[in-house]
Design a protein around this ligand. Structure first.
Ligand code: ZN
Length: 163
C-alpha cells in the first residue's frame, strides 16, 4: 500500500514523539531535544544576529554527529526494494530521531512537535494547541483562573489598605 507523503510525515512525527516520551534522561535525548529547540527557534526568530547564532548552533550540533553517523542500506531480496537509513554508533534510535527531525523540517512541521507542561511530548493539531490532553488543558485553565481570582483579591486588599 502506498502511503501519501503527508500521511508518512505524520507517522514520522508520531514515531519521534513516541521516542521522546519513552526515552528518559539519556545524553542522546538531550542532544535531539536541543537540536529540535534550536531548529524551532530559528523558524520563529527574525533578529539577524540571533538567527546567525542559532544557525551556528545547529551547524555545531550536526558537526558533532558527522563522524558518528553511519549510512546503512537495507535490501528486500524478494521485491528488490531498498532503503537507506542512518545508524548512530550504538544508538539506532537517535539516528532515527534525527532523521525524523530533518524530514519534519523539510515539511515545515517541526514546530508541531511540542512538550506539554506535564512533560509529555505531543504533535500539535493547530498552532494554538499547547497541551497533550484535555485534562492538562483544563488544569492550566483552572490554575490561571485561580491565579486571577487570587490576584484580584490581593489588589482589592491593597487598595483597601492604601486608600
Ligand atoms: Zn500534558
Amino acid at each position: 500500500m502506498q502511503m501519501t507523503k503527508r500521511h508518512s510525515t505524520v507517522n514520522t512525527a508520531q514515531n519521534l514523539i513516541v521516542w521522546l516520551n519513552a526515552t528518559k534522561g539519556t545524553p542522546g535525548k538531550s542532544r535531539v531535544v536541543a537540536l529540535l529547540q534550536a531548529v524551532q527557534q530559528l523558524r520563529a526568530e527574525r533578529e539577524p544576529k540571533r538567527r546567525h547564532k542559532l544557525l551556528l548552533e545547529i551547524f555545531d550540533r550536526f558537526a558533532w554527529y558527522q563522524s558518528r553517523l553511519r549510512l546503512g542500506m537495507t535490501i528486500d531480496p524478494r521485491s528488490e526494494n531498498w532503503t537507506v537509513h542512518w545508524k548512530m554508533g550504538q544508538s539506532v534510535a537517535e539516528g532515527d530521531a534525527l532523521n525524523a527531525l530533518l524530514k519534519l523540517h523539510d515539511e515545515n512541521l517541526e514546530q508541531k512537535v511540542r512538550q506539554c507542561r506535564c512533560g509529555r511530548w505531543f504533535f500539535a493539531r493547530s498552532g494554538k494547541h499547547n497541551f497533550c490532553s484535555r485534562k492538562c488543558q483544563l488544569k492550566a485553565t483552572r490554575s490561571t483562573a485561580a491565579w486571577k481570582k487570587k490576584n484580584r483579591e490581593h489588589q482589592r486588599a491593597y487598595r483597601k489598605r492604601n486608600f
